[in-house]
Design a protein around this ligand. Sequence first.
Ligand code: NAP
Length: 279
Amino acid sequence: MQRHQFGPTGREVSRIGQGTWRLDEANRASAVNTLRRGLELGMTHIDTAELYGDAELVVAEAVAGRRDEAFIVSKVLPSNASRAGTIAACEKSLKRLGTDRLDCYLLHWRGIYPLDETFGAFEDLRQAGKILSWGVSNFDVEDLEEALSVAGPGKIACNQVFYYLQERAIEHGVLQWCQTHGVAVVAYSPFGQGAFPHEASAGGRLLAEIGAAHGATSKQVVLAFLAREPWIFVIPKASSVDHAVENAAAGDLRLSDDEIARIDSAFPRRRWPGSLPML
Ligand code: NAP
């Protein structure tokens, strides 16, 4: 599994990680087992949130006894993101996760609280050792500019955003902004919530053909395409060990410039939709 520097954190994080949204809806033992297997295979970046029901409890079970191997990310809901509310939400997440610190803590999306309140709380938590870094999610370029002016350089670890083959809105500015400012991009919902190209479509056939050249599946090709730059990370969610094994193997798959260009033209980015799409 390839690892890359995660923004300004000084930490090396797995290129492919593990999402946990709706993982608590799967059989608990199987979900725990899947995360553990993923961890063993190097998918150390585990993404969760207070929003995701019991997912933090599933993560707690999966990392029990091996906390140091994982890079755990959780998120505060915008409705909790006041200065005091952020600290209280973090304490609850730490308790549910059975850990004394988060590797990274994110504002899930922008809400009513001014960024200086939320970021002030993040800094308090960081100084107390309860979070080791912090970042944002679903921020477009305007939000990122404001975040940078509030936080100053070198503070925002990542921006977690919606990114899959047929939704490439972040390529209109967010990706570039993050690269320029040393902020990691974390691509969520990389399989597009069921919108994966049909294998009989022209795009589906291309993915299969490129996969065949590498002994890889179409899903692995997509993960490698999305995480084609060292500042981009991908967090597919799997609730079966087979899926976790398949996703982890994509962590060593590198596509050639020609393959990237062919995928790029088969799934062209659409016009800027006017605002950053999010789930
Ligand atoms: P996703 O990862 O794009 O897709 C999950 C679906 O793909 C599940 O049905 C899963 O099936 C299936 N799958 C996974 N690996 C597979 C494989 N190798 N082959 C075939 N199918 C496979 O969707 P997501 O859960 O929406 O996004 C991933 C993570 O991003 C979330 O879990 C969450 O942690 C994060 N996220 C963040 C935000 C945000 O606002 N920041 C929003 C959405 C998501 P099984 O479950 O059966 O394995």
